[in-house]
Design a protein around this ligand. Structure first.
Ligand SMILES: Cc1cc2nc3c(=O)[nH]c(=O)nc-3n(C[C@H](O)[C@H](O)[C@H](O)COP(=O)(O)O)c2cc1C
Length: 243
């Protein structure tokens, strides 16, 4: 299986998205997948201008001269694309959404009727890759991801990709507390690696593995107290101390 993973966190290697994504991909590699990752922040990806030139004037070719054609080609070659993004204002990061918008070049403007809904065919006719969403967020409750997961499921239906599942981790900064939470961190990382192995070996993600990645490790009250103390320290020192 060829996996193409994108990380849409501006914090790149310092971020919590990176920790979760790298563990998932490590599991996938162990199970025999060929894996490639890019940080969207490092790429030049301009906003879609909505000009439709890529549909009518220069089919499949965007007016922008940037890194997107190369990235779209890697999406086309992949069996599975892992979209890694932190939760920003209840959705994906701007970097990730811009990347998704620019996938327009892979669609053909004509309409077709698929499973009771009008869609655009794939420009190149091939089966689009499967999609896995991977996300982290600062808040405690797992339902913070509901809007993002729904959006990604809809994007997959729009692009006629199979949505495999969402690997999500709330209370993301648990992953930065190595000194006091080494054991839970290792359990979360191991669950993410297991998710990667499952993805390659079975082509699915079990409810159990997704629950294990997202599991509560701190009681809600401890999370509240610890988080507020953390932010007070950050404000006092004038810098974000989790990285
Ligand atoms: C602009 C911005 C918006 C955010 N919005 C949310 C949000 O709506 N819900 C939430 O739980 N966390 C939110 N967060 C927290 C991030 O999801 C969290 O910091 C995460 O760890 C960031 O990923 P990273 O560590 O890979 O950079 C937001 C952070 C930023 C900077």
């Amino acid at each position: 299986m060829k996996i193409f993973a994108v990380n849409g966190s501006p914090n790149m290697k310092k971020g919590m998205t990176h920790i979760l994504l790298e563990n998932l991909l490590e599991g996938a590699r162990e199970a025999g997948a060929e894996v490639e990752t890019v940080f969207l922040q490092k790429k030049k990806i301009n906003y879609c201008l909505g000009c439709f030139n890529c549909w009518v004037k220069t089919p499949g070719v965007c007016v922008h001269k940037d890194d997107m054609p190369e990235l779209a080609e890697r999406v086309r070659q992949a069996d599975c694309v892992v979209i890694g993004t932190p939760l920003y204002v209840d959705g994906m990061t701007a970097q990730t959404k811009t990347f998704m918008d620019r996938m327009m070049i892979l669609a053909d403007p004509h309409f077709e009727f698929v499973d009771g809904h009008y869609r655009h065919p794939r420009r190149h006719g091939e089966n689009p890759p499967d999609v896995v969403l991977l996300s982290v967020c600062g808040f405690y409750e797992r339902d913070n991801f509901d809007g993002l997961i729904d959006h990604m499921e809809r994007i997959c239906r729009n692009m006629q990709s199979r949505f495999v599942g969402a690997v999500v981790r709330p209370s993301s900064y648990i992953l930065a507390l190595q000194e006091i939470l080494a054991e839970p961190i290792e359990e979360i990382k191991e669950a993410a690696r297991r998710a990667g192995r499952e993805l390659v070996e079975k082509g699915t993600l079990s409810t159990q593995v997704l629950d294990d990645v997202a599991r509560d490790y701190l009681p809600k009250e401890a999370f509240l107290k610890g988080s507020n103390e953390f932010w007070d320290r950050c404000i006092k020192e004038g810098k974000f101390l989790a990285m």
